[in-house]
Design a binder for this molecule. Structure first.
Ligand SMILES: [Zn+2]
Length: 449
């Protein structure tokens, strides 16, 4: 009887041990690899819509799909604009929390409006009490750098990113030679100067998307250029002997859609519906699909009613915006927000906008979704992820760098399955389990006999 029971216990323990062995990550020498020191490169290609690689030959991006992780697409936060979205990725916070609510620094009282590239250096626009990943990582002993990534040029609570290169006004976005030099530079920071985290930003394909439109052959040409750059990056990682330590995430900040123009549609000119000078004390309305304005005292209802009559847009009181926008609690956001229907640009008084493509529209629109790829020692191969919100990239990066995250609105549960050695959102058996099981086995055996 005792022998039968002993055999049963032995078989159960054998099953548990087999399950433990199967749960061990296959591609890494030990189960603790995810937690050990690794380096991380985050690359953002501005305005890389989720499907831009589907009508162009992109061998290197395709290779990433079976050599790493590909998400079907990911969703930017509202609003779908460069600085707000990039800052959500690097902080894991909604726009209403980090308060970088526009590409342009503005002041509704003084009517100050600062151009995007100048705003990149203005700490008072970026530093609102939310710490970006660079600073958090530095405070935990890591060395970080930002190469052209929005927000990298600011100070946070007086602290600068260890090394920051800020994009100058007039920077040429599509110079392939410079793209390669930037990759060489960043890889040498990892291999020769022991940096742990670098964020690298490229202004394409956003620029071409605006100038020519997402369907233009030039957009396809720039995607081929990006693909060659990804190939150059892969070769560079090998050349710098970073294959076993460097994880790479490639993503973007929003998509792009074709701007609808006359004679196809009636373009939106808001001054047709309300006298802006008389009713508004501040406005940014000539900026793609997203507009903001501050009504003059006592004029809010009049503004809202007038805008409600304008076709092809939705007008919101800040307080009444859908919770899913995560914009309503912002202190900085003016009281009235206008979001145009997909492809309809907002114009205040005249149509001076020459862009063929734009963004800033509702993040539920497929044209606003963007790419996500990841590869490196901690990522599974040939893993196709379901879509997720870009806010969840932040806890993933903290996990990859093995640092404590700041309070954030993201969750690792959307990305944990991409990682080697994680199961059901990250619960792993301890490497000491076999010893413990042997002890239990011996203990039970001796007490039963
Ligand atoms: Zn952008």
């Amino acid at each position: 009887m005792a022998t039968v029971r002993l055999q049963t216990i032995f078989l159960i323990l054998l099953a548990i041990l087999s399950a433990w062995a199967a749960a061990k990550p296959s591609g890494s020498p030990s189960g603790s690899d995810v937690g050990s020191k690794k380096r991380l490169l985050l690359i953002s290609f501005d305005g890389f819509r989720w499907d831009y690689d589907q009508d162009v030959d992109t061998p290197n991006l395709d290779r990433l799909a079976w050599d790493g992780v590909k998400a079907k697409y990911i969703t930017p936060p509202m609003l779908t604009m460069t600085s707000p979205s990039h800052f959500t990725t690097i902080t894991g916070r909604w726009v209403e929390d980090h308060e970088v609510v526009h590409n342009m620094m503005f002041n509704t009282k003084t009517n100050l409006k600062v151009p995007h590239k100048v705003t990149l250096r203005r700490s008072e626009w970026w530093d609102n009490g939310v710490l970006p990943l660079w600073i958090t990582a530095q405070n935990q002993g890591l060395k970080t750098a930002s190469f052209h990534y929005p927000g990298g040029g600011a100070n946070y609570s007086g602290q600068a990113v260890n090394r920051a290169i800020v994009e100058e006004s007039g920077h040429i976005d599509d110079n392939e030679t410079e793209w390669r030099q930037n990759i060489d530079t960043v890889l040498s920071w990892f291999s020769e100067e022991d940096f742990d985290l670098v964020t690298l930003y490229y202004g394409e394909p956003d620029n071409v998307g605006h100038m020519r439109g997402p369907d233009h052959p030039d957009r396809k040409a720039i995607i081929r250029q990006i693909d060659r750059t990804v190939g150059y990056l892969r070769d560079g990682i090998t050349r710098h002997m970073l294959n076993s330590t460097l994880n790479v995430i490639i993503t973007s900040d929003h998509g792009m859609t074709t701007v609808k123009k006359r004679p196809l549609v009636d373009e939106i000119v808001l001054n047709k519906y309300l006298d802006l000078l008389k009713l508004a004390s501040f406005e940014i309305l000539d900026y793609g699909g997203f507009g903001i304005l501050t009504p003059r005292p006592g004029k809010e209802q009049e503004v809202l009613e007038a805008l409600a009559k304008a076709p092809n847009l939705t007008v919101y009181r800040k307080e009444d915006m859908p919770e899913s926008f995560h914009l309503g609690r912002s202190q900085r956001m003016p009281p009235v927000v206008v979001i145009a229907d997909l492809g309809f640009n907002l114009n205040s008084r005249f149509i001076v906008y020459v862009n063929k493509g734009d963004h800033g529209f509702h993040n539920g629109e497929m044209d606003m979704k963007m790419i996500f790829r990841a590869f490196g020692p901690d990522f599974k191969k040939n893993f196709l992820s379901e879509p997720f919100d870009s806010i969840h990239i932040y806890p993933l990066m903290c996990r990859l760098l093995d640092i404590r995250a700041e309070p954030n609105n993201g969750s690792l549960e959307h990305t944990a399955d991409m990682l080697i050695g994680t199961h059901d959102g990250g619960s792993r058996m301890s490497p000491t389990s076999p010893m413990m099981l042997t002890f239990i086995f011996v203990f039970i055996s001796t007490t039963m006999l």
